[in-house]
Write a protein that binds this ligand. Sequence first.
Ligand SMILES: C[S@@+](CC[C@H](N)C(=O)[O-])C[C@H]1O[C@@H](n2cnc3c(N)ncnc32)[C@H](O)[C@@H]1O
Length: 262
Amino acid sequence: MISFVGAGPGAPDLITLRGRDRLAAAEVVVWASSLVPEALLAHVRPEATIHDSKTMTLEDVLAVYAAHPAAAIVRLHSGDPSVYGAIQEQIDWCVANQRDFEIVPGVSSMAAAAALVRRELTIPRVAQSVVMTRLAGRTAASMPERESVASFSAIGATMAVFLSGARPAELQKELLAPGSAYGPDTPAAVVVRASWPDEQVLMTTVGAVAETILSTGARTTVLVLVGPALEGAAARSHLYSPAYAHQFRRRSAPGTTAGRPA
Ligand SMILES: C[S@@+](CC[C@H](N)C(=O)[O-])C[C@H]1O[C@@H](n2cnc3c(N)ncnc32)[C@H](O)[C@@H]1O
């Protein structure tokens, strides 16, 4: 079995219990030392074989899988593997080679960043959608044309921008492109290495996002959150309103709690 395991954003206690158990049972581990903290390897048995994928190509990684047809293999991916994890090409290989595989989800850096800035990303009547995206950058060929940061900015939803720390000016320009629903005062957050010991968390605005990113000195492992939801003041949600009934709770009169006096 090959387990693609989400390692979480960095802190070793932000891996899931299932992910930790897969690491503890692994005979072979492939991990990226540039993206995943070494402390996670404390869960791995001493007799397991460990490969650092930092300098490996996809072919090198697949050769490791091929060389261990019956082993319990863990491939550790940063955050959640479903987001910019490059797991699909490995899944395709597993299917083509009739290898059993599973995906163990992880805490995405987007969730870690939202926790650090103490904000909900979906505020009633302000933003009910989150766009996870990136600038085109060096891998421009991967980017469908319709998915530019500028075109998503026209929607005005909460945006989580990955993989773009090296292009601060371009990011700010696209966020404020003609037709954007954001303005220079729209709140933004720049989070570098969320949950690592040297994390940086900076609240800013779209108009100052480029200089804020530059001020961190970081070009990689930067997550930028953007949108009015980061303002923080919430209209109250329907879900916990006494007037809103659902499967587990009946509607209650104003001034009462779940049908009882408040
Ligand atoms: C290859 S992508 C992997 C994303 C990962 N699968 C996830 O769910 O967070 C790497 C990008 O994710 C973001 N990232 C990953 N870990 C981060 C962290 N601890 N703090 C801030 N950003 C992070 C950065 O934008 C970085 O450039």
